[in-house]
Design a protein around this ligand. Structure first.
Ligand code: 3PG
Ligand code: MG
Length: 398
């Protein structure tokens, strides 16, 4: 990983500092924020800059308004939520460029915090239009990117702007990059990856990259069924991408060549219906009834997964091992998560996890706080696991 400058390298006092944050948070029907985690994550950078006497100007997107102003995707309610998290006033300007933004900034005192309206209300944002980037840059002396979770987008506020102003990683970006470096960049071996979730089709690049980097790859969730079927195991009515059998075989061959063990379930919790409390039974994967579906990994599989976690020095985790939202199909994910948390807590493991479902699963298990690092990034975390360079990170690197 190339070096990047951080807040330690800035004299922010009196400066107009443009800070790209990810405030793309889940909302309730009534327009209030339902999960403020992303706001909490960027709070340290905002507070630090404000305390140092910077004029803190926040840039963010919300939703996918496709280049036109849409009141339903205004950041104004999120300015209020940010005030609550920071316990400081957050001013709001209804445009991120032009006279509206400039006037609001002209009224700022040192230490003030201002959120500018959704950058995606302008077409130039997603097009990474140099003119739009210039219009953003006109409002600042320095640029800080604290939005790792948007760093897979080469947009004006995540990439273009970094080329126009002196640029730095915010505290959350810094922490994220350091954690990811420990996860796959320069990890302590042995490294075990757990990849779960419904489909192989969305994670082919990720699996291909991981088999060259990790010592063991635990495959769980619906995507494990595709691997079992490719190997010749009859998975009954389970979710399964039969058309990806050849891909699954290639991944297993690549793994064998790279010396990466592929850990598939040996037993499974199966049911005829997918609903809470559905009648279920545990069977060896060879004995899945024709009319049943696999909804979780079974206890023997969990024992094996825990053995691998126990052996690992580093664990990278994306995706649940079963249908964790619905009991009793949450057991494998919960048990593995709690075990990894305990191993981390006792100093035996560096554990890095990310992706939307993964974060909710770890929260449900009460395991998230004990992991070394839990990323709030979805797409950006996956692209990092695929080994891709993220444009927003690359633009910060010297
Ligand atoms: C996210 O929510 O993952 C990021 O904010 C990026 O949003 P996007 O997928 O709309 O680019
Ligand atoms: Mg910890």
């Amino acid at each position: 990983m190339a070096g990047f400058r951080t807040l330690d390298d800035i004299d922010a006092h009196g400066k107009r500092v443009l800070v790209r944050v990810d405030l793309n948070v889940p909302m309730n029907e009534d327009g209030t924020v339902s999960d403020a985690t992303r706001i909490e994550r960027v709070a340290p950078t905002i507070i630090e800059l404000s305390d140092k006497g910077a004029k803190v100007i926040l840039l963010a997107h919300f939703g996918r308004p496709k280049g036109a102003a849409d009141p339903a995707m205004s950041l104004e309610p999120i300015a209020r939520a940010t005030e609550t998290v920071l316990d400081r006033a957050v001013h709001f300007a209804p445009d991120c460029i032009g006279a509206t933004a400039a006037d609001a900034i002209a009224q700022m005192d040192d230490g003030d915090i201002l959120l500018l309206e959704n950058t995606r209300f302008h077409k130039g944002e997603e097009q990474n239009d140099p003119e739009f980037a210039k219009a953003l840059a006109a409002n600042g002396d320095l640029y800080i990117n604290d939005a790792f979770s948007a760093a897979h987008r080469a947009h004006a506020s995540t990439e273009g702007l970094a080329k126009l102003l002196p640029s730095f990683a915010g505290r959350t970006m810094q922490e994220e990059l350091e954690a990811l470096e420990k996860g796959l960049g320069r990890p302590q071996k042995p490294v075990v990856a757990i990849v779960g979730g419904a489909k192989v089709s969305t994670k082919i690049d990720l699996l291909m990259n991981l088999v060259t980097k990790v010592d063991a790859l635990v495959i769980g969730g619906g995507m494990a069924n595709t691997f079992l079927a490719a190997r010749g195991t009859d998975v009954g009515k389970s979710l399964c991408e039969h058309d990806l059998a050849a891909t699954a075989k290639t991944i297993m061959t690549e793994a064998a060549q790279a010396g990466c063990a592929i850990i598939l379930p040996v037993d499974a919790v199966v049911a005829r219906e997918f609903k809470a409390g559905a009648a279920s039974e545990t069977v060896p994967v060879e004995d899945v009834p024709d009319d049943a579906m696999i909804l979780d990994a079974g206890p023997q599989s969990v024992i094996r997964i825990k053995e691998w976690i126990g052996r690992a020095a580093t664990l990278v985790w994306n995706g649940p091992l079963g249908a964790f939202e619905i009991a009793p199909f949450d057991k494998a994910t919960m048990e593995a998560a709690r075990f990894a948390a305990a191993e981390t807590k006792s100093g035996n493991l560096v554990s890095v996890a990310g992706g939307g479902d993964t974060v909710s699963a770890l929260n449900l298990a009460g395991a998230a706080d004990d992991f070394s690092y839990v990323s709030t990034a979805g797409g950006a975390f996956l692209e990092w696991m695929e080994g891709k360079e993220l444009p927003g990170v690359a633009a910060l690197s010297r």
